[in-house]
Design a protein around this ligand. Structure first.
Ligand code: 13P
Ligand code: SF4
Length: 357
């Protein structure tokens, strides 16, 4: 039962003392979040993994790419544990190292790989945090960088200082929304379809491009629509609509604001009592905010339940299982990035941390 699992988790945590630290992403279910030592968005969790050197184990309640990132940023003797190895991310799976390498080959053939007169490279690869460690390594090796939804604009600025254009993967929406807000015209942002030659573009389109957008997307955030925003505005005049930048561009344009999960939390926290918010992000987070801020009216734009099904795979039963394993001295479900990938992936992550500390 839930109560029994809760008791087992608490008992194991107590036995472990400070030897294990539990990190939880905002999209985790409440039954997991209640046990987390630190809760945050993907950027904050990456920094948290780097700042817990005393813990022997970091139990990462989130998805696979986040646990890989925690392994890259934590100490060599710390074990990062993902309670359920099936907790992946469908968006991260939309860009694999072979297709990105093939894309890179076509771009290099077209543009070369030498810097121009002002020292800028033809293309800088930028990967969203929501990607495999292999792709972070690819960026590290090719002059690129990682971004999250909370620092994408700062990272694109970094990239444009060093390159004429950016290859952005896997999330087309975060890339498009961020570049558009920076004033880059839509015509200069072709989408790259890895199944087609030149990604489905003409040579001229690629030459004119500033940001090449991989055609990945988040299945949770692509569900939000402009019609939902119009309905929220009709039903609640004065409502403040905030959506995650993984939502499609028309949805971000129709909203009042777009920002990472932490941005949404801070906006709600700073609002005067009695505010009304319609939120376009994962349901566990929205429901928790509604419970934590009863002085406001907070609801999800999508009337149909929209959890991230892979985040939801971290059931408290798995958390109890890995913690009890640690109590017995057994490290279960350890995530380890091989050194050949880890070295360049760390380079790309450290560039991100330096671009926005
Ligand atoms: P953030 O935590 O960066 O807001 O990202 C949301 C998300 O989709 C994580 O998978
Ligand atoms: Fe991936 Fe979307 Fe789930 Fe985030 S919310 S883990 S991007 S599927």
């Amino acid at each position: 039962s839930d109560a029994e699992l809760h008791r087992r988790i608490e008992a194991a945590k107590e036995k472990l003392g400070g030897r294990a630290v539990i990190l939880g992403h905002f999209y985790q279910r409440d039954e997991v979040i209640r046990h987390a030592d630190f809760v945050g968005d993907s950027f904050q969790l990456a920094k948290a993994a780097k700042s817990k050197p005393d813990a022997e184990a970091i139990i990462f309640c989130g998805v696979h790419f986040m646990a890989e990132t925690a392994d890259l940023l934590s100490g060599p003797d710390q074990a990062v544990v993902l309670p359920n190895l099936a907790a992946g991310c469908s968006m991260a799976d939309m860009a694999d190292i072979d297709s990105v390498t093939a894309c890179w080959g076509q771009l290099t053939e077209l543009f070369g790989s030498e810097p121009d007169d002002d020292g800028r490279l033809p293309v800088i690869p930028v990967t969203y945090m929501n990607s495999s460690a292999a792709l972070k390594g690819f960026c590290g090796e090719n002059g690129g960088i990682v971004c999250t939804s909370s620092n994408a604009a700062a990272v694109l600025e970094w990239a444009f200082e060093r390159g004429r254009r950016v290859l952005f993967f896997p999330d087309q929406h975060l890339g498009r929304n961020t570049a558009k807000a920076m004033g880059i015209p839509l015509e200069a942002m072709p989408t790259w379809n890895p199944r087609l030659a030149l990604g489905g573009n003409t040579v001229e389109q690629l030459r004119q491009s500033r940001v090449l957008l991989w055609n990945g997307f988040c299945s949770v955030h692509k569900r939000f629509t402009v019609a939902q925003i119009e309905k929220a505005r009709a039903d609640f005049p004065g409502v403040r609509v905030i959506v995650h930048p993984e939502c499609p561009m028309p949805v971000v344009d129709a909203a009042d604001e777009a920002g990472s999960t932490d941005y949404i939390l801070k906006a709600i926290d700073a609002a005067p009592d009695g505010s009304t918010f319609a939120i376009g992000t994962e349901i566990n987070m929205v429901n928790r905010l509604a419970a934590q801020y009863p002085q406001h009216t907070i609801f999800c734009l999508d009337p149909v339940i929209c959890p991230c099904s892979t985040m939801y795979r971290i059931h408290p039963g798995y958390l109890a299982w890995v913690l009890e394993g640690l109590v017995r001295g057994e490290v279960l479900n350890r995530i380890t990035v091989p050194a050949t990938v880890a070295v360049p992936a760390r380079t790309a992550l450290e560039r991100m941390l330096a671009a926005r500390p």
